[in-house]
Ligand binder design. Structure first.
Ligand code: COA
Ligand code: ZN
Length: 313
């Protein structure tokens, strides 16, 4: 049997954060409750960011307080600073997902501070709360920045090292605006696993240039087993120019299923939920399998083919 792959569903965080029309709290809670029944390893519920920066997620406390948690699923939240961490502690998430960018320009755009200041602020969070809640760090723009261009692998590894030294449990390497290509991804995955063999390494891809699933495959073939993905392929950072959707969860899970990997996610439960997403956000979404069906969902042959089959049998 092939290796187990772990999915973190990010639709209600990355997926929703750039939507223009507020999605009601009830809808978010219902969606997370349904997703909790699908077999995900983790769900990124929301973010504890400034309501001015991300108005869509201003109901973070209420959503976290109202969801029905299912044993075996980890409920994580995105945290940009100490204020966010203090707010989040009250609702007891299973993990803090701290965020900063490896690109100075993207960090200034997204978090309004230089990377050094972000690091100091996140170190404070780790020192204050790291013994109470497991810490993951998401590093943005690791495969390129839409404003600066190339982000050298060495730069990513240096930031990763700083957090590894602080004793975090995991690192998520994010391709924030879909600039990664599979060979670059394979090189990154190999370097990360060699250097941080004890950490949970997660890859976070956006399908902005159609390379998302190719990048998942390159990562899996390099031994990486954890991915962020968003239902319907929704998503994007509002402070990264040209950002668009994450890889679609159902498409990625469907591909890996077809290849014989165990994802733990039950597609027969997930696809009906994925089909509700266009109604929730009031527009079409990029995910493919929810529209086309699984490779095992066959169509009846036309009547003339049935007749021809009878003739030749
Ligand atoms: N939660 C809620 N409010 C927060 C907050 C948090 N985590 N951090 C700061 N604030 C509030 C402050 O209290 C202040 O409020 P006021 O204007 O009513 O006094 C306001 O936000 C500005 O605070 P400041 O510290 O000056 O922050 P900033 O304007 O420099 O913004 C961040 C910094 C990090 C808070 C903001 O840029 C942010 O939330 N970014 C998140 C971006 C994001 O999630 N992007 C997508 C994911 S990659
Ligand atoms: Zn993202």
């Amino acid at each position: 049997m092939r290796q187990r792959i772990y999915f973190n569903e990010v639709v209600t965080r990355d997926g929703f954060q750039m939507e223009s029309v507020f999605i009601p709290t009830d809808t978010k809670v219902e969606l997370i409750n349904e997703l909790s029944q699908c077999g995900y390893a983790k769900i990124e519920v929301t973010s504890f960011t400034s309501a001015k920066a991300i108005p869509m997620l201003r109901d973070a406390e209420e959503v976290m307080g109202r969801i029905q948690r299912v044993q075996g699923v980890e409920y994580t939240v995105l945290i940009p600073n100490i204020r966010g961490a203090e707010r989040a502690m009250d609702v007891k998430p299973d993990e803090f997902n701290l965020v900063m960018s490896t690109s100075e320009t993207h960090n200034l755009s997204n978090l309004r501070m230089p990377r050094k200041k972000s690091f100091i602020s996140l170190r404070e969070v780790i020192e204050k709360f790291g013994n109470q809640v497991p810490i993951n760090v998401s590093l943005s723009a690791c495969f390129g920045c839409p404003m600066e261009g190339e982000v050298p692998q060495q730069e990513v590894l240096q930031w990763a090292e700083k957090f590894s030294d602080l004793g975090v449990r995991g690192l998520t390497i994010c391709d924030t605006t879909g600039m990664a290509q599979p060979e670059q991804v394979a090189r990154m995955c190999e370097a990360l696993q060699k250097r941080f063999s004890k950490l949970q390494i997660t890859l976070h891809f956006h399908n902005t240039r159609g390379m998302g699933l190719a990048n998942v495959l390159a990562s899996v073939q390099s031994g990486v087993a954890r991915f962020d993905a968003s239902l319907g392929g929704l998503g994007g950072c509002p402070y990264a120019p040209g950002a668009s959707g994450n890889i679609s969860s159902e498409d990625a899970i469907h591909m890996l299923d077809a290849m014989g990997y165990q994802t733990g996610v039950d597609l027969s439960r997930l696809l009906p939920i994925a089909r509700q997403i266009p109604t929730i956000v009031s527009h079409e979404v990029p995910g493919q399998v929810a529209k086309s069906g699984r490779i095992t969902d066959l169509h009846p042959a036309p009547a003339y083919v049935t007749d021809l089959l009878k003739e030749i049998s």
